[in-house]
Design a protein around this ligand. Structure first.
Ligand SMILES: Nc1ncnc2c1ncn2[C@@H]1O[C@H](COP(=O)(O)OP(=O)(O)O)[C@@H](O)[C@H]1O
Ligand SMILES: [Mg+2]
Length: 254
């Protein structure tokens, strides 16, 4: 079954068509890549899926049901989490606290229990803390658990943002340029890490990234956007050989 389905999605910003007639089907468990030059509409597509931008036309379906009119909070609670191209961490909070914020979005405790600091509340809190530390460990951030997010390297902040998104236990994870600012060895590790979290958390991953070798090596399927339109779709091999892609994006010969 398609987990996520976009039908004829269009977004207009005044006279600008940021997306036009985009069809996309993402299957459960796949790592699906979105490639395209700057301004192609990739982030806008994420914004539509996560409910931050209402499409001007077309439909987004999650497990067959339209997401039209749902707030971004409702959509997050359905199991769709994302990272942002411009990181949105709480910079003066520790790494651990950042992940705990993500967790509390799905593990709500009754406010009165929090106020009274009941025994079950404290037990649950310590369990959440253990889970948060395990997530940080997975992203090799355990040593910085108690440091402010602002003190981390750029690559570490990117990983922290992924850990925080995962903390809400999503079924679909949207990653907007997770490798930006990472060095080559961090990029290699990222590829393995994304595969590992897909398997471990039974995730479906939709990823935007400019680093073409990383994307071709990581994704099961990819779509290529150019000027808001989907110009190619297929396996890494199909996309690599697609003349429209070579023309628009890969710059020939790559
Ligand atoms: N909120 C907005 N208002 C007006 N124009 C926007 C807005 N968001 C994006 N755009 C424009 O839409 C186009 C697609 O942007 P974006 O989705 O960010 O591209 P990408 O992520 O592929 O680089 C760009 O021309 C951008 O300037
Ligand atoms: Mg973008």
């Amino acid at each position: 079954m398609n987990l996520l389905q976009l039908e004829d999605v269009g977004v207009r910003f005044g006279g600008l068509r940021a997306l036009q007639g985009v069809d996309l089907e993402v299957k459960q468990g796949e790592i699906f890549g979105l490639l395209g030059p700057n301004g192609a509409g990739k982030t806008t597509l994420f914004n539509v899926i996560s409910g931050l931008t209402a499409p001007s036309s077309g439909t987004v379906r999650w497990r067959g049901a339209s997401l039209a009119g749902l707030s971004s909070h409702r959509i997050a609670r359905l199991g769709i989490a994302r990272t942002f191209q411009n990181l949105r961490l709480f910079s003066s909070m520790s790494c651990l606290e950042n992940v705990l914020v993500g967790m509390h979005q799905h593990a709500r405790q009754p406010p009165l229990a929090a106020l009274l600091q009941t025994q079950s509340f404290r037990r649950r809190e310590s369990q959440l803390q253990q889970e948060a530390l395990a997530l940080l460990d997975l992203f090799q951030l355990e040593a910085t658990a108690h440091q402010d997010a602002a003190s981390l390297s750029y690559g570490d902040r990117r990983r922290l943002e992924m850990a925080r998104a995962l903390a809400s236990r999503p079924q679909l994870l949207l990653l907007d340029e997770p490798a930006a600012g990472m060095n080559p060895s961090e990029k290699d590790e990222l590829r393995e890490l994304i595969r590992r979290i897909r398997d471990q958390f039974k995730l479906t991953v939709l990823i935007i990234e400019h680093h073409v070798p990383l994307m071709l090596g990581l994704c099961d399927r990819l779509a290529v956007l150019n000027f808001g339109q989907r110009i190619a779709l297929g396996s890494p091999d199909q996309v690599r050989r697609d003349p429209a892609v070579i023309e628009a994006y890969l710059g020939g010969g790559t």
